[in-house]
Design a protein around this ligand. Structure first.
Ligand code: PNS
Length: 166
């Protein structure tokens, strides 16, 4: 890779909703890349019903990173490698919190390697403070009336409370 070529990374996910663990990974990614596209998956299946609509998920991420010109938020449909190619991204970022993430992440990275050999997956480890945190746990705790203010930023917390009628 030429040293003058900017490194563009994609951080794909459902972000339903974005948590402080995701935010931590975005900041870590920006230490090693020039530009980051947070790619929000639009795919919803019966087994993966979202709490937040795609537009809401995009808007919340935009609110959180709107001051950083290196961060862009986009929706994506279809294959991740096709989206990465269209953007000219060389790197896909995924987080590894614990060994339990590894099987799924390795499988996905290897499939993406088959489909798009020119694109590299980089695994980043979040701060230990967030190693137990997931969007699904945030949804569950919030829906049962628990306090999730430590785990999500203010705009997400406000929207969660509105959505859950709290
Ligand atoms: O936050 P998630 O739900 O773990 O994110 C999963 C996501 C959206 C990154 C993954 O499902 C994905 O990349 N979907 C796009 C479809 C695709 O490219 N599938 C083949 C690669 S395994």
């Amino acid at each position: 890779m030429s040293p003058s070529r900017p490194v563009v990374a994609i951080y794909p996910g459902s972000f339903d909703p974005i948590t402080k663990g995701h935010e931590d990974l975005v900041r870590r990614t920006l230490r090693v890349t020039d530009r980051l596209v947070i790619a929000v998956s639009s795919t919803s299946t019966e087994s993966k019903k979202h709490l937040f609509e795609l537009e809401e998920r995009l808007e919340l991420i935009q609110k959180i990173f709107n001051k950083d010109k290196r961060v862009e938020v986009r929706r994506f449909d279809g294959l991740l490698v096709d989206f990465a190619r269209d953007l000219g991204a060389q790197v896909v970022i995924r987080g590894l919190r614990a060994v339990s993430d590894f099987d799924y992440e390795l499988q996905m990275a290897q499939m993406n390697q088959e489909l798009g050999p020119e694109i590299e997956t980089l695994f980043l480890v979040p701060d230990v403070e967030y190693s137990f945190l997931s969007a699904s746990l945030v949804r569950e705790v919030a829906s049962l009336g628990g306090d999730v203010s430590r785990f999500v930023s203010a705009p997400v917390l406000t929207r969660l409370k509105q959505k859950l009628g709290q």
